[in-house]
Design a protein. Structure first.
Length: 318
């Protein structure tokens, strides 16, 4: 994520000079005005800092568009909906976010995801204990653990609990005395213990809603566990027990193990047809009363290769 929790303006400049290019940017807490933020942007070889006001109700650039979250403000200006200008009139472009170190590579981490979308995704599952972790959009730098509970919501579906994970001095906590060095440590601890809400209800973490199930990747419910799409068709278009595209039985011929022309190394095609016999799809079987056999054989001699063609016509009467 482009939000860097504990860096100064000088450190932001060093990061953008070392890792960025023209249009690279990051956001950070303002050291001069507690509660506000700064947008640090590289413009050519220089770095400029833009103050973001946080009124408690909205975020803005002092007189510009107002936004409910810091993320919405950044997304607005990166989409070129608004024009940022320096004091001297220089246009400032937000093109390339410079991310801080990823908090985790775990499959349960969904990054930039709203609470509403988290509820929609979890709502596609009916398994209490299904959970994910996402970035907090209202408190940049913090996280939220969203989990499906045993309770029933007003809409009639499973209730989703959103538990704030605070990042304090580089460590993580959901409140109380327990502190963890990483998000992974926190999640693993509460998978074993469970989390007690303020209401006294216990939230248990049992199964992960993985990032591959996000909209835009694989639609929730689109691929069932085990990798088989609804309707019994495996990814790649192969029906279980059916025939792979190209006519080869699943497991019969390895894609890399077939010579051009359909002959496996070793000279025998699936089904016991010798090389030079009938290629797959060349001559099909027939139930007619006559059959035409063509046999080819090749023999190497001192003078090269000689080819014999023998034709046998058998007429069968039924």
């Amino acid at each position: 994520m482009w939000f860097h929790r504990d860096i100064t303006g000088i450190e932001a400049e060093n990061i953008l000079q070392d890792r960025g290019t023209h249009g690279s940017f990051l956001a950070r807490p303002s050291k001069k005005n507690v509660g506000d933020f700064s947008l640090s942007v590289r413009v050519g070889e220089m770095v400029t800092h833009i103050r973001i006001q946080n009124t408690g109700d909205f975020y803005d650039l002092y007189g510009g568009e107002k936004f409910a979250t810091l993320s919405e403000l950044v997304e607005y200006y990166t989409a070129e909906n608004g024009i940022l200008q320096d004091k001297d009139g220089t246009v400032i472009e937000l093109k390339y976010p410079v991310n801080c170190s990823d908090p985790t590579t775990e499959r349960w981490f969904h990054g930039h995801l709203s609470g509403t979308n988290a509820e929609k995704m979890l709502g596609t599952r009916d398994e209490p204990g299904t959970f994910l972790v996402r970035e907090s959009l209202s408190e940049p730098g913090d996280f939220v653990l969203s989990a499906l509970t045993d309770g029933i919501s007003k809409s009639g579906g499973r209730r989703v609990s959103h538990i704030k994970i605070k990042c304090q001095n580089g460590r993580y906590t959901v409140g109380g005395s327990e502190m963890f060095d990483t998000l992974t440590d926190l999640v693993e601890f509460y998978k074993r213990k469970g989390i007690e809400e303020v209401s006294g209800t216990w939230v248990h973490l049992k199964q992960v809603l993985m990032t591959s199930e996000e909209p835009g990747g694989v639609e929730p419910g689109g691929v069932e566990p085990g990798g088989v799409e609804p309707g019994g068709v495996e990814p790649g278009g192969v029906e279980p027990g059916g025939v792979e595209p190209g006519g080869a039985e699943p497991g019969g011929v390895e894609p890399a193990g077939v010579d051009p022309g359909g002959v496996e190394p070793g000279g025998v095609e699936p089904g016991g047809v010798e090389p030079g016999g009938v290629e797959p799809g060349g001559v099909g079987r027939t139930s007619l009363g006559s059959m035409f056999h063509v046999g080819l054989s090749v023999e190497q001699t001192d003078c090269g290769f000689q080819l014999w063609l023998s034709t046998v016509f058998d007429l069968l009467f039924h």
